[in-house]
Unconditional design. Structure first.
Length: 264
């Protein structure tokens, strides 16, 4: 990104942390592994000279658990992945040799928050809310912002309020509010490079075949971010900012935990 544009986005230097905590019992999608943690070495287990000791931890997690970024190879359609074509020759149990998260570049770009819950005048959207063109345009107009080519567009539903209540947050049977196909195509047409939200799946759930993931990841090579904390941004009415996020270089991974930052 042009350094001059970066400087233009940062006006006060206020930093917003958009990541959620990782902890045992946190919500995770039913098809993805949970987060597990143990403090395997405690202070005093081994003592160095002059009373020095250290503690160490072990944790495991699914790539799509908590705040994370999807690799382009996370989804395929008819066996084809964006920028690769037929994925079969490029995958095995060691990972994706093409379109893995290790091949996703760090992101430093203009970020735009579209506060859909704010547009509707509610703390949190209902589980059946569908984010389409009307909602996206309405939020942009209300906030006085426009989606531009290269942007990271973040959609607030308010659903993150349920994060500490895993069954409510995942809402596997009832479903979550989210982006629908026409809304995804509207973002594509405006050149969005990354799209994220505060829900577990970005798109409206339940869904039989994840059409929004196909439109964004497979058809257009647009990375998806999920389980973002957008509450402080919305409370500050900060709708335009410098957005930064970098996935871990997990070789062949389908996603990576991330801790995105917005600087306004």
């Amino acid at each position: 990104m042009d350094p001059a544009k970066i400087r233009g986005l940062v006006k006060t230097g206020q930093v917003f942390d958009l990541g959620m905590d990782y902890y045992v019992g946190m919500p995770h999608h039913p098809v993805h592994p949970p987060f597990a943690f143990s403090l395997i070495k405690m202070h005093g287990d081994m003592i160095y000279e002059k009373g020095v000791s250290s503690s160490n931890c072990l944790f495991t997690t699914g790539g799509h658990t908590g705040t994370h970024m999807d690799a382009l190879g996370h989804f395929s359609h008819q066996g084809r992945v964006h920028g690769v074509g037929d994925i079969e020759p490029w995958q095995d149990h060691h990972g994706l040799r093409k379109a893995g998260i290790d091949q996703a570049a760090p992101v430093v770009t203009r970020g735009v928050l579209l506060d859909i819950a704010g547009l509707e005048g509610v703390e949190c959207l209902g589980h059946d809310y569908r984010i389409g063109v009307q909602a996206l345009q309405g939020a942009a107009q209300r906030q006085g912002v426009a989606v531009e080519a290269g942007d990271a567009v973040l959609l607030r539903t308010g659903w993150i309020k349920y994060f500490d209540q895993p069954r409510l947050y995942i809402a596997h049977e009832e479903g979550c509010p989210g982006l629908v196909e026409e809304g995804a195509r509207w973002l594509v047409a405006r050149g969005a490079a990354h799209v994220g939200s505060d829900t577990v799946a970005l798109e409206k759930t339940p869904t039989a075949n994840y059409p929004v993931h196909i439109i964004l990841l497979v058809e257009n090579g647009i990375h998806i971010l999920e389980a973002l904390n957008l509450e402080e941004l919305a409370a500050a009415r900060t709708y335009e900012f410098l957005f930064m996020v970098s996935p871990l270089k997990i070789r062949g991974g389908t996603a990576s935990p991330v801790r995105p930052l917005a600087v306004a």
